[in-house]
Design a binder for this molecule. Structure first.
Ligand SMILES: *Cc1c(COP(=O)(O)O)cnc(C)c1O
Length: 228
């Protein structure tokens, strides 16, 4: 079982390296986040034993149980699911990153609740890049205003943007919304925000995302197998 995880990790790492090379990205410039939602702690421990350090979770209660169980491994935990206002405290206390901030109110709560003993919480703003794909995410029209307000919050560090485009297996169609997210990110950087993270790309579109400038891909099924 542990070797299966190691094999799949090596396959995904090889896909990332190949895409970096093909699209003239710097070697090692794309980070892999292993999406472990619905996977048991034992599967995460096996992936960690194979060398993976960063894991993404979508559901607060499920995540907290695993974070506590695996605390000794020193893993880096990223929250990537919808953030409900009544769950911000546990997220602010237990995670290093939140990729799915889609309202100023949520950012304000996370900043207020981030424990003083921890470094600032790294956040990305989730953008609704492709309106039919998800009801979550900021409208592109509101992005600049919200980004400036979030960047000013004391206990958050605004790192970049995240999106989940509508699934398609056509490479050119995959690239279009990802290119729009990159352009939005470039505009914010031109306005002085110093963002270093473009969180886009999953099991089926990571090559398109790397072509369009992703710095972090969030991969579940290709690492852990299909979700039941
Ligand atoms: C589940 C999930 C992923 C991973 O998707 P796969 O298709 O399993 O690679 C990535 N990002 C988010 C936000 C997810 O919820």
């Amino acid at each position: 079982m542990t070797t299966d995880f190691a094999d799949r990790l090596h396959v995904v790492q090889a896909r990332i390296r190949a895409a970096e090379q093909r699209f003239r990205r710097l070697p090692g410039s794309v980070k892999l986040l292993a999406v472990s939602k619905t996977r048991p702690a034992a599967a995460i421990a096996a992936m960690a034993a194979a060398g993976q350090r960063c894991f993404g979770e979508n559901y607060p209660q499920e995540a907290l149980d695993k974070i506590i169980e695996l605390a000794a491994l020193g893993l880096e935990w990223h929250f990537i699911g919808p953030v409900q206002a009544n769950k911000t405290r546990s997220i602010a206390e237990r995670f290093a990153w939140v990729h799915s901030v889609d309202r100023l109110k949520i950012a304000e709560r996370l900043s207020a609740q981030r424990p003083a003993a921890l470094p600032p919480l790294n956040v990305c703003l989730q953008v609704n890049i492709d309106r039919e794909a998800t009801k979550h995410g900021l409208d592109e029209a509101d992005l600049a205003t919200v980004a400036e307000a979030v960047a000013a919050l004391p206990r958050l560090r605004l790192r970049g943007l995240m999106a989940i485009p509508a699934p398609t297996l056509d490479f050119a169609a995959q690239r279009r919304p990802l290119a729009r997210l990159r352009e939005g990110w470039e505009r914010l950087n031109a306005e002085g925000l110093a963002l270093d993270t473009l969180s886009m790309g999953m099991s089926d579109d990571l090559e398109a995302a790397i072509a369009e400038g992703a710095t972090l891909v969030r991969v579940g099924a290709a690492l852990f197998g299909p979700r039941g």
